[in-house]
Design a protein around this ligand. Sequence first.
Ligand code: ADP
Ligand code: MG
Length: 392
Amino acid sequence: MSVQDLKGKFIGKYGESTEEARVFYAPGRVNLIGEHLDYNGGYVFPAALDFGTTLIVRPRSDGKVQFASTNFPYEASIDYSEIGKAKTGEWVDYPVGVMVELAKKDLPVSAGFDLLFHGEIPNGSGLSSSASIEVVTGFAFLTLLGGDTDTVEIALLSQRAENQYVGVNSGIMDQFAVANGKRDQAILLMCDTLEYSLIPFVTGSYKLVISNTNKKRGLVDSKYNERRSQCEEALAVLKQEVPGLSYLAELTPEQFEAHKDKITDEAVQRRARHVVEENQRVLDSVEVLKQNDLKQFGLYMNDSHISLRDLYEVSCEELDVMVEEAQKIPGTLGSRMTGAGFGGCTVSLVHENDVERFIREVGEAYRTRTGLIGEFYVCGIGNGVEELKGVE
Ligand code: ADP
Ligand code: MG
């Protein structure tokens, strides 16, 4: 839907006013490489997508905040003074959670707002529609109320909204990428220090194709916790060998090789190997991107998948089939699972001339082999949160 059409909907819903309606946007995100490193002191390498969530917002004078979304029928009208007092279990908990965080800041109290959201990100597919709606809400309110629109701060307060108000435990990567992304750049991010740099990622005639396995994720929480404690176990052993070590990902592959035998549990050793090698792969990926070598980047994506499948064991049949079929398409430079695993999406780098064939052939083979229907999203790398000015 164009911004113009969305404005038409907004007027249809809330009517005309002398107040100005302003338009804000935040993207979805994908992690390109660097999986299960965020809690191991390693790097992640996400990028903002070129589609996301648009928000039209306009002040009103009767103290009410009115919420509507083109994606959900549920609507709400909440007194400004009542915001955050009762969770609804509906989508409005996401923007309300952000407003609760904003209320802790010293911002002028406003008389009320009309809000209309429109999302182009499939919900619950791992492309972070939740971070997108949070960050666009935070940025819009801080802009309108004259607050500090520092995008790192906005990422942090959005994460708190999701963790504390909505009650979903998630790291900082999603909100960070959505808030700080830049067109044709990926973000090399250290999650615990929030140190980051933007790395040019000009895909040119290649497209990112995100393939949704539509596999229902079952075991993800218990397996995730198991992996975390296995990493802690490996770290405890290696700390005795390497003085001053505070995270697994601080080890070089050579250091790991020298001390790995001290980890007697074979599975735990494999988990640690993934962490060390995947972190090195992220750094190597950045180097090859600096030389514009997308082909080598694609090979690192393939290696990352193998490591997640065989060493970290967080893939599943559906993700493996999706990756295997993707790699059969001649225009595919690389393909891997993205996100925590056990379902969700894969990300592939595919020549634009082969994208149609990719969607057709990978889709058919995936359906034949798994009985599930995959979904495909063709993306570029776009900007982080922003106000869309001058769109009529
Ligand atoms: P993901 O972040 O992977 O898309 P989540 O389950 O974390 O999946 O977040 C999806 C939820 O975020 C939706 O079910 C809805 O509650 C909320 N949400 C995201 N985008 C919108 C939108 N455009 N309008 C209303 N709610 C949205
Ligand atoms: Mg989410």
